[in-house]
Design a protein around this ligand. Structure first.
Ligand code: NAP
Ligand code: MG
Length: 401
């Protein structure tokens, strides 16, 4: 069979530890036999980030901007222990943070659902995608430990010296104080990324804040979303048969629990942090969660939501057998290739991605899976496969299709 040809390269960001091992097997077994792969390769493994003073991360993000589509392997975010383990010159920043800042993007996380791994919430029939605003609020706050009685004020001084002033509280004794901010530009980017992704995936978009209590702060989020929706997206949403729906955050939580799923839930930074862990564990496994970074001008970076699976890697280094789940990493590849096919008008590339995803799901539903899923599945007669054999089993399913 002739291999599928590509027009534009995808940006390939290699990574660390166990996911780097899976990366190569996935390419050898599932991608390169079928596709004449055009990729611009960047090695984001920690050793190379250190050797290039992290320039490779910046270069890869700029390539993502240039070509539009990237696929990324999980990477180590250095901490004190990693400094000695990898003999680092500096505690390099999180690559995901660097790439997100350069693309000004929003992260969308969605579970991959299969029969036999049932969500803990009975009513959920379809995946729920969480979109988390990745800038500001409590993550960029300033705080004061109030030592005793005194007056706390919120003061804004404009460039020309004009002042806005509010009393926060007249303290009669010790307490705590916090200041937060966000910026219109970032909120607008977040809104556009969400509206674009909803159109892309033909799903309704929900957004919720606490604007009844926070009449300026949260209300600004609500207003910016509504203004952009009315001016730029309303007609396209109506044409696509999808809905933009705003409600209060507590009402949203109650509705999510009673819903069937199948929509995007846009969350402010803190809400997204909390809710994405709830959604991913309620759907079964972090190893079955995909993640895509979408910029407001339509650049995409696909990856798995989990990390480098360090514990398995150390077993692998000792020559012990591992059973690491490669599903989210395979879906990062299919997501990127499908998007490339869509942008370059290569239907075969899109069909390939659809089929490979079907093969992954069919393999699991036939009872062949890695250990993490075997522990939670409701399927009888399960065969637990090691890391490599699972990928080979997917290839066999694909070939049979
Ligand atoms: P992790 O790699 O997500 O793994 C945590 C645990 O979850 C694993 O030990 C394993 O449990 C289970 N697990 C996660 N993915 C799995 C998979 N594909 N198959 C089977 N089990 C899986 O998180 P971590 O160990 O806390 O972090 C390791 C490194 O990843 C860190 O250096 C961190 O900086 C980095 N990280 C990177 C990203 C990213 O690049 N996007 C995201 C998060 C973390 P058992 O050990 O019980 O089997
Ligand atoms: Mg969290």
């Amino acid at each position: 069979m002739e291999k599928i040809k590509m027009k534009t390269p995808i940006v390939e960001m290699d990574g660390d530890e166990m996911t780097r091992i899976l990366w190569k097997i996935i390419k050898d077994e599932l991608i390169c036999p079928y596709i004449d792969l055009k990729s611009e390769y960047y090695d984001l493994g920690l050793a190379n980030r250190n050797a290039t003073n992290d320039q490779v991360t910046i270069d890869s993000a700029n390539a993502n901007k240039k070509y539009g589509v990237a696929v990324k392997c999980a990477t180590i975010t250095p901490n004190a222990v990693r400094m000695t383990e990898y003999d680092l010159k500096e505690m390099w920043k999180s690559p995901n943070g660097t790439i997100r800042a350069i693309l000004d993007g929003t992260v969308f996380r969605a579970p991959i659902t299969v029969k036999g791994i049932e969500p803990y919430v009975r009513t959920w029939k379809k995946p729920i995608t969480i979109a988390r605003h990745a800038y500001g609020d409590v993550y960029k706050n300033v705080e004061i430990d109030v030592p005793g009685p005194g007056k706390a004020e919120l003061v804004f001084t404009g460039e020309k010296g004009e002042e806005l002033r509010e009393t926060v509280f007249d303290f009669k004794g010790p307490g705590v104080l916090q200041g937060m901010h966000n910026i219109d530009k970032s909120i607008a980017s977040f809104a556009r990324s969400c509206f674009n992704y909803a159109l892309d995936t033909k799903q309704d978009l929900w957004f919720a804040t606490k604007d009844t209590i926070s009449k300026k702060y949260d209300h600004t989020f609500k207003d910016i979303f509504q203004e952009i929706y009315d001016a730029e997206y309303k007609e396209r949403f109506e044409k696509a048969g999808i809905v933009y729906f705003y409600t209060l955050i507590d009402d949203a939580v109650a509705r999510v629990m009673k819903s069937e799923g199948g929509f995007i839930w846009a969350c402010k930074n803190y809400d997204g942090d909390v809710m994405s862990d709830m959604i991913s564990s309620a759907f079964g496994s972090l190893a079955m969660m995909t993640s895509v970074l979408v910029s407001p001008d339509g650049k995409y970076e696909y990856e798995a939501a989990h990390g480098t699976v360090q514990r398995h890697y150390y077993k692998y280094l000792k020559g012990e057998e591992t059973s690491t789940n490669s599903v989210a990493t395979i879906f990062a590849w299919t997501g990127a290739l499908r998007k490339r096919g869509e942008l370059d008008d290569i239907p075969e590339l899109m069909q390939f991605s659809d089929r490979l995803e079907k093969a992954v799901i069919a393999t699991i539903e036939s009872g062949k899976m890695t250990k993490d899923l075997a522990l939670i599945t409701s399927l009888p007669d399960v065969t637990v496969l090691n890391s490599e054999d699972f990928i080979k089993a997917v290839r066999a399913t694909y070939e049979a299709m």
